[in-house]
Design a binder for this molecule. Structure first.
Ligand code: SAH
Length: 480
């Protein structure tokens, strides 16, 4: 094989999240003796991203190390047997958001389950109950939050507002027909972009650090229909013949004039002059209403502030949390730690049937919201501590009977996991949004005497490569 050359092959399987493995038989490694019997050569494995199992693809070899070969997809020559659906979204293919729209939902679930099973295989025992994968109650229009970027699709093109183009750090598409959000999101994107263009505003440029418009954050609760619209800009207003206040007043009126299915609960302007491309606040001004909204899950009400974490698929979250509740089992008279508690959803769903639940969360805003929520839900046996799990565990006097872990994508810090293991609780429920991190953490947990009792995957992110996995671990009893 030669770097830079084009090859054709069939995708054998796809590892989580999007790494296709193409096997080609009878290929000569570079530098090998010529003339060898081609059939006796072992198949060469090449990693090509963003493909589906069974597709015949054309790719260009971009990396040719003997241990690792990589290719870049040029073209799908023949689709996979698993495909066969016309993508419902016109942005599909160029938009960086969705990956699976050509597959019927049933096939998407099958692929996610295969990937999860393959990653966790080494931790499954004969007695382990593999419960398969539960789908999202809604395949489309399931997201309650979108973070849109301002940018352009081609260099010096018109200003756009939407998702990044597939594989691109800079190019942005106006994704105003997105199918994984309610139509309200698309209407708000269009309304905002129209006014931005009328005022001739520039987007914040990630290289030159100049420009004004950065992000539009829209959150909309499924159950209550409440909408929070949040515009993030720099402080560099550049239009000389028009005032910044005028822009915000026109934008606000535009939002109110849009016919929405939900109801605007708050309009917020945040200034962020930091170089890093993350949505955060240097200063925040509420232009209308509040900077929070309410969502309901399994009969409880949750106040969600602009920047605190909340599961992005509310109806899917109900499926996941029901599973967590089932896995943790009988909790009467038990003390439970909910580590990485966010706005305290899991803690509060467990509290009614437990002695006490203590949540630990690093984002102050979320901790405050969690306390507020618990009070509103009439739960007096919930406590929330602010800080890094790694440190907070050292300061806690109470000992847990059970532990729930719901860490961010990178999983649990190794040192924190060692502290968690030291409690020697009987049951741990681990919820993971990245099965590769989960597999790494299971290595430590299983090495320390825990065994995987049950696994259930829950698809909270239809059309995309992501998936949640919920694992029940129990401490192995020592033989007398
Ligand atoms: N259990 C919650 C949130 C899970 S997301 C829910 O279901 O809604 C993970 C959360 O962990 C986020 O809220 C994030 O802010 C928090 N977090 C990230 N690193 C942390 C750390 N080192 N210590 C405590 N919390 C952390």
């Amino acid at each position: 094989m030669k770097k830079g050359q084009e090859y054709i092959g069939i995708v054998d399987h796809v590892n989580f999240p999007n790494k296709g493995i193409v096997q080609i038989e009878g290929l000569q490694e570079e530098g090998e003796e010529k003339g060898e019997d081609k059939l006796s050569l072992p198949p060469v494995k090449i990693v090509v991203k963003d493909v589906l199992p069974g597709q015949m693809i054309k790719f260009r070899l971009t990396k040719n190390a003997s241990g690792r070969k990589e290719g870049r997809l040029l073209k799908v020559i023949t689709p996979s047997e698993r495909e066969g659906r016309v993508p419902p979204c016109p942005h599909f293919g160029s938009c960086g958001g969705c990956a699976y729209q050509t597959m019927p939902y049933k096939e998407q679930l099958r692929l996610k389950e295969e990937q999860g099973k393959q990653l966790l295989q080494g931790f499954l025992q004969k007695e382990t109950i593999w419960e398969g994968i539960l789908g999202s109650p809604r395949e489309f229009r399931y997201r309650n939050k979108m973070e849109y970027s301002f940018g352009d699709e081609v260099k010096d093109g018109d200003i756009m507002l939407g998702m990044h183009k597939k594989g691109s750090f800079y190019d942005v598409l106006t994704t105003d027909q997105c199918q994984i959000v309610e139509e309200d999101f698309n209407r708000i994107v269009n309304g905002t972009l129209k006014i931005a263009r009328e005022f001739g505003l520039k987007y914040y440029h990630k290289i030159t650090h100049s420009g004004y418009l950065r992000h539009l954050l829209v959150r909309r609760a499924v159950k209550t229909g409440e909408i929070l619209v949040h515009l993030v800009t720099t402080s560099a207003w550049e239009v000389t013949n028009k005032k910044e206040e005028e822009f915000f007043s026109v934008w606000k009126n535009t939002l109110f004039s849009i016919c929405l299915d939900g109801r605007i609960k708050g309009i917020v302007h945040t200034i962020n002059d930091r170089v890093a491309d993350v949505i955060c606040a240097d200063s925040t001004k509420v232009l209308f209403g509040e900077d929070f909204f309410f969502e309901e899950l399994l009969g409880l009400k949750f106040k969600i502030s602009s920047f605190s974490f909340f599961q992005t698929n509310s109806l899917g979250a109900e499926v996941l949390y029901r599973k967590v509740r089932e896995y943790i089992g009988g909790t009467k008279d038990k003390v439970i730690f909910d580590l990485y508690s966010g706005t305290g959803t899991i803690a509060q769903l467990l509290a009614p049937v437990a002695k006490k639940v203590i949540g630990v969360e690093i984002v102050g805003d979320a901790v405050e919201a969690a306390r507020d929520n618990a009070k509103r839900n009439g739960l007096l046996n919930c406590e929330f501590l602010e800080g890094d799990v790694l440190q907070v565990l050292d300061t806690m006097e109470e000992k847990p009977d059970y532990i729930v872990l719901d860490p961010p994508r990178d999983g649990v810090h190794k040192k924190a996991l060692e502290k968690i293991i030291r409690y020697q609780v009987e049951r741990i429920v681990y919820i993971s949004c990245k099965p590769t991190s989960l597999a790494r953490d299971l290595e430590l947990l299983c090495g320390a005497g825990y065994k995987v009792e049950k696994v259930c995957m829950v698809d909270m992110f239809p059309e995309t490569v992501n998936v949640e996995t919920c694992v029940l671990l129990s401490k192995l009893r020592k033989e007398p």
